[in-house]
Design a protein around this ligand. Structure first.
Ligand code: ZN
Ligand code: FE
Length: 241
């Protein structure tokens, strides 16, 4: 039985992901911004949260940790390099480590740039990756604690994954990212086609995430940037777009 992934939209534009392994019965929650709606969403499916996976220390990614941990006794895994900023952390991890959800293996990638210790969770057997605020649909995270060099390396590494890999990011930013992508790359027919789909989905209140690596290769200006300087230029323009 394949892993099941459920979306819990919370706050203004955050997506919290529930990852359920039907074989072991384990459920991980990725970046719980808040506790109650996440626990309600799990309960509605008959799932019990056994783990929290944090990608970085920002409040809109760890805000629900304490209450979910208190209610369920779950284990919190997160970035070792941000351990001093996540007081609920049980299992600090970094590049080369892994987390297990039953028999399913999540490989930990260091993807610094948005924050200094940001990590991603890549599940090769399931063909999914949880990227937090590193890659967004047609966008990338702001460079709060890192450099364009680091974000360029992250984009290049992600782009080498299989095109069918599903990418779960932590925010619904696709409409504004897509408008920026169109402004930067007005003749890109893939972006135009995608924007029509995104506008239809958002008009119905539907999420535009997950995306795929293939779709990002075709439409994401930051993944398509061919140099650090070009990514830095795009990021600077986007910050004031
Ligand atoms: Zn963040
Ligand atoms: Fe965030």
């Amino acid at each position: 039985m394949p892993v099941e992934i459920a979306c819990v939209p919370v706050l203004h534009d955050n997506y919290v992901w529930l990852v359920h392994d039907p074989v072991s019965g384990e459920t991980a929650v990725v970046d719980p911004a808040v506790a109650d709606p996440v626990m309600e969403a799990a309960a509605a499916r008959g799932w019990t949260i056994t783990q929290i996976w944090n990608t970085h220390w920002h409040g809109d990614h760890i805000g629900g940790n304490a209450a979910i941990k208190a209610a369920t006794g779950c284990t919190v895994t997160g970035p070792a390099r941000e351990a001093d900023k996540i007081d609920t952390l049980d299992v600090p991890v970094g590049e080369g480590d892994h987390a297990m959800l039953g028999a399913l293996r999540a490989e930990i990638w260091d993807v610094p740039a948005h924050t200094a210790g940001h990590i991603a969770y890549y599940l090769p057997e399931a063909g999914v990756i949880f990227v937090g605020d590193t890659l967004f649909a047609m966008g990338c995270g702001r460079l709060f604690e890192g450099t364009a060099d680091q974000m360029f390396a992250n984009m290049q590494r992600l782009s080498r994954l299989d095109g069918a890999t599903r990418v779960y990011c932590a925010h619904e930013y696709t409409l504004s990212n897509g408008r920026f992508a169109q402004a930067m790359d007005p003749d890109n027919a893939d972006i135009a086609r995608r924007m029509a789909e995104v506008e239809a989905l958002r008009a119905q209140g539907e999420p535009t995430v997950p995306t795929t690596i293939a779709l990002e290769r075709a439409t994401n200006p930051f993944m398509r940037a061919d140099s650090v300087a070009e990514l830095a230029r795009l990021r600077a323009v986007k910050d004031n777009f």
